[in-house]
Structures are given as C-alpha cells and as structure tokens.
Ligand binder design. Structure first.
Ligand code: NAD
Length: 484
C-alpha cells in the first residue's frame, strides 16, 4: 500500500513539492475505508510557487509553434496508453470505481483528449478579412494562466480534459483535484513532464475549496474551469466575475431518459443501467429520471430488475466486479438519506436500497418505481446509484416534464421511431443528448450543460474557443485621414 504515497503532495515547476505546514489530507481507499496516502493541502507559499512558475513558463510556451506544443501532448497520450494498467489501478484506489471501468474510461479518455488537442494545436489559426485595400487579420491567442478545479468522480479524466485544450492553445494550467481524490492528477503531471512539457506549465496543487478560492482571487489567473456541483459553481462563477475572468462550468444534473413503448427493450434497459449505475451512479450526466411510457412499463421494470441481479458488487480491483463502492462515506450517507426520502414520500422501492454490511462505502444499486415529479428523488441531484422511474403517456407531456428542472446537462431518448427521436431531442433543454444510447463522451463531441448545469463546453473544437481569445488587427494600406 505504501507505494501509493506520492513523493510529495504537489507537483510544481516540474518537480514534486512538499510543504508540511499545510493541513493534513488523508487519502482513503473507498473499498476498505483505510488511509492509503497522507498528503498536505497547499499553503499560501505553495500557491505562490505554482502561480509564479506557471506565469513564467506560459510566455515561452505560447511562443512555440502549435506543432511543437501538439507533439508533446501527443507524446503524453502515448505514455498514458502504455501505462494504462498502472494508472487505472491507481484511479481505482483513488475513487473506488471498478478496474473493469477505469481501464477503459479514465486514463484512456485522458489520452484521447491529449491526442485530439495535440492534433488540433498546429491548426489553430486566425483569419484574414479583406476590406478593399485594407485588411484585418485575427490572431488566436492564449488566455494566460488557467486554473482547473476537479470533482472526485473522474479525477484523471477531468485533469486531462482541462489540461489538453488549455495547453494546446498555449496556456499554462494549475490543476487542483478534488481533495477526495488527489492522486491521479499527480501522475498526469509526471507524464506530461516526461513527454517534454516545460516545467511550470501543468502544476498540481492539493487542497479543498479554500485553495481553489485563493487561486481564483489572484489577479494573475485568467481563467477558471470548474467541474463540480451547482452550489460550488455559483461561488466560483461569482469569484471569477470579480476579476472578469473567463470561466467554464461543468456542473450537476438531473437528466431525463425517456423510453417510448416502441423502444427495443433490451437496449432501453441497457441504456438505463449505463445512465444510472456506471461508476456507482457518480456521473454528472446520468439520466436519473427515467420516464417510461405506460405500455412498456411492466416489461421494462421486470427486465431491469432481472438484469440488476447479474451486477457483481465486490472488490473493485477484481476484474469480475462491475459495481464498486461509492467514493466517500459522505456521499454514501447523502445517498442513503435520499433513499429514505424516496421511501417516506411514497415511491415504490423495487431493487436495492441498502448499505452493504461490510467495510468500505458499498451500497446496492437502487430503483424506485411510481416516482412522481414532485418527489425529492425526482428533483435533486443525488449523485449516487438511485434510479427514479416515472410513468408517462404522451410525448408532449413527457417533454414538458423532462424540461421542468433547473438543470440541463444531458438527456436521452429510446425509440425505434427516429423522426420522433429527433423531434423530442430538439425540444429538450440539455447540452449533451443521446438517441438510443446513453453517456457516450467521445472527445470529438462538445460536452456541457444548459441552464444551471453549466457554462461553456469541454472537448471538441468548441473547447478551443474557451481556452483562447481573438485579437483583431486592422491594417491600413493607404494614408490616414484625420479631421484636423
Ligand atoms: P464540489 O462542488 O463539492 O467540488 C468540486 C471542486 O470544487 C472540488 O475540487 C472542491 O474542492 C472545489 N471547491 C469547492 N468550493 C470551492 C470554492 N469556493 N472555490 C473554488 N473551488 C471550490 O463537487 P464534487 O462533490 O467534487 O463533485 C460532484 C459534483 O460535480 C456533482 O454535482 C456532479 O454532477 C458534478 N460533476 C459535473 C461534471 C460535468 O462535467 N458537468 C462532471 C463530474 C461531476
């Protein structure tokens, strides 16, 4: 277990850095509840080192060609893929997510982002606008020093999704992982360094909200990209507004998954399982309000519960395990409280509902049927493995109910009628939608939310717009005419 203890808590200017004056930050393995590493939160001195080294490094990085920058990012992607096994084991210790998931969804997704944005780096250009003899050209310039702040559900992926476009555009990034899952981002910093990233361009700092807030308050920070909850998003957005800093906000959701009675039943059940129980339900885009049309409801619930009996809850490092513990005791308790509310408010518990009587933060995948729109479990983001199944009869009714939420991250529709699928998705207020699928997140596609679920987009060419700014330059070819 001691091998999980990193050389030091932070990674700054290309080296592991420690300041034992910082508050202790124990790292807990969710499968056992044991402390597997002891870190320290960043002190003001550490924050200062991170910001000043990033600021210095960014100037030279921005002066390099996109091709050179991209080559380093693509090299890092290759190293990540080579080391996927070790990185995935570490991610499983950090989060408790089963190795069967982390091997395919975490470091590999981070590598995709580095490869994709590494590939785009050389093609980032401005444009030429001819105005008679005169002309304007635009330059796509970096923002400067960006801060990335992560949630605890996908620590490695979040670090890479933020670092890759930031670095491709010529920025530096200081990344603060969630205090719950601090280990993975340090390895990404190590690998970027090994790939040739100049020191200071990707620094990792540990700590809670106050460390994030201290960085946002610093005038040398140009952008903040947060992945977290809506309440934190409000605070971070407000703090960034003081300095009119750029923001990307990837926040929470309570997304609808709509299953029409003509849907392929097995695919719809698979979609609902992926939309609720992957990563023990700790996925922001999860479709936790599952609207099922009356004609398919009984068959859907029967197949869903049958298939949930095949779920293997166990040691997340065992490749046979398909459902691991939750990431923290705190999140487990929040989930249990919501399950109690679901029962108290009259929802029908048809599967799970209990904490497992063993060490670690294990809870059963849980399904409530006969959920109504006003119930707490149909309104709040739970961020745990609790599916709420709601009935519906007509298309118009389900669209209105699906949109009756302040969130707008994701949505899915299962139907064999493709005209209906597009018609429905066209009316749903959500940023990331799926037809006959759920929770795919390829780097080529924009990812992000509408309404309270976020501002800006990660991934795809669109992320470039959120990590760069345009300078327009007017060039006069003739004389300047002045009135006097
Ligand atoms: P959280 O909001 O509690 O914390 C997120 C991060 O913000 C942490 O690193 C935390 O230390 C930091 N933070 C807290 N207060 C801060 C402050 N005042 N200033 C600066 N930083 C501060 O979220 P969490 O519990 O880690 O993650 C779960 C939430 O994240 C859920 O709501 C989930 O939906 C959301 N999430 C969204 C996405 C997405 O892409 N949309 C992805 C994953 C998770």
């Amino acid at each position: 277990m001691t091998k999980l203890q990193p050389q030091a808590s932070h990674f700054i200017a290309g080296v592991y850095t420690e300041d034992t004056q910082g508050d202790p930050l124990p790292v807990i393995y969710p499968a056992t509840g044991q402390v597997i590493a002891e870190l320290h939160q960043a002190t003001p001195a550490i924050i200062e080192q991170a910001i000043s080294s990033a600021q210095t490094a960014q100037v030279e990085w921005a002066a390099m060609s996109g091709t050179e920058r991209g080559r380093i990012l693509r090299r890092a992607a290759d190293i990540i893929r080579d080391r996927n096994q070790d990185l995935s084991v570490l991610e499983t210790y950090d989060t408790g997510k089963p190795l069967s998931e982390t091997l395919v969804a975490d470091a590999t997704s981070g590598a995709d982002a580095l490869e994709y944005f590494g590939g785009l780096a050389a093609s980032l250009t401005g444009e030429h606008i001819q105005l008679g003899q005169d002309w304007v050209y635009t330059r796509r310039e970096p923002l400067g020093v960006c801060v990335g702040i992560g949630a605890w559900n996908y620590p490695t992926q979040i670090a890479c999704w933020k670092a890759a476009p930031a670095l491709a555009c010529g920025n530096a990034m200081i990344f603060k992982p969630s205090e719950v899952t601090p280990l993975g981002a340090l390895k990404i910093a190590e690998i970027l360094c090994q790939a040739g990233l100049p020191a200071g361009l990707f620094n990792v700092l540990q700590g809670g909200g106050s460390v994030g807030a201290a960085m946002i308050a610093d005038a040398r920070i140009d952008k903040v990209s947060l992945t977290g909850s809506v309440p934190t998003g409000r605070k971070v957005y407000a703090a960034a507004a003081q300095g009119l800093k750029h923001v990307t906000m990837e926040l929470g959701g309570k997304s609808p998954l709509i299953i029409f009675e003509d849907a392929d039943l097995e695919n719809a059940v698979s979609g609902a399982i992926l939309a609720n129980f992957y990563s023990s339900g700790q996925v922001c885009s999860n479709g936790t309000r599952v609207f099922v049309q009356n004609g398919i409801k009984d068959r859907f619930l029967t197949r869903l519960t049958e298939r949930l009996h095949d779920c293997v809850i166990g040691d997340p490092q065992d490749m046979a395990t398909t459902f691991g513990p939750m990431t923290s005791e705190t999140q487990l308790q929040i989930t249990l409280d919501y399950i109690a509310k679901g029962r108290a408010e009259g929802a029908r518990l048809i599967h799970g509902g209990n904490r497992l009587d063993q060490k670690g933060f294990y809870i059963e995948p849980t399904v409530f049927a006969d959920v109504t729109d006003d119930m707490t479990i149909a309104r709040d983001e739970i961020f745990g493995p609790v599916m709420a199944v709601l009935d519906f009869q007509t298309e118009d009714d389900v669209i209105a109910r699906a949109n009756a939420t302040d969130f707008g991250l994701s949505a899915g529709v299962f139907t064999r009628d493709l005209t209906r699928a597009h018609r429905v998705i066209g009316q749903i207020q959500a940023g990331t939608c799926f037809i006959n699928s759920y929770n795919d997140a390829p780097v080529e596609a924009p990812f992000g939310g509408m309404k309270l679920s976020g501002v800006g987009r990660e991934n795809s060419k669109e992320a470039i717009n959120h990590y760069s700014q345009l300078k327009s330059v007017y060039v006069r070819m003739g004389d300047v005419e002045a009135p006097y």
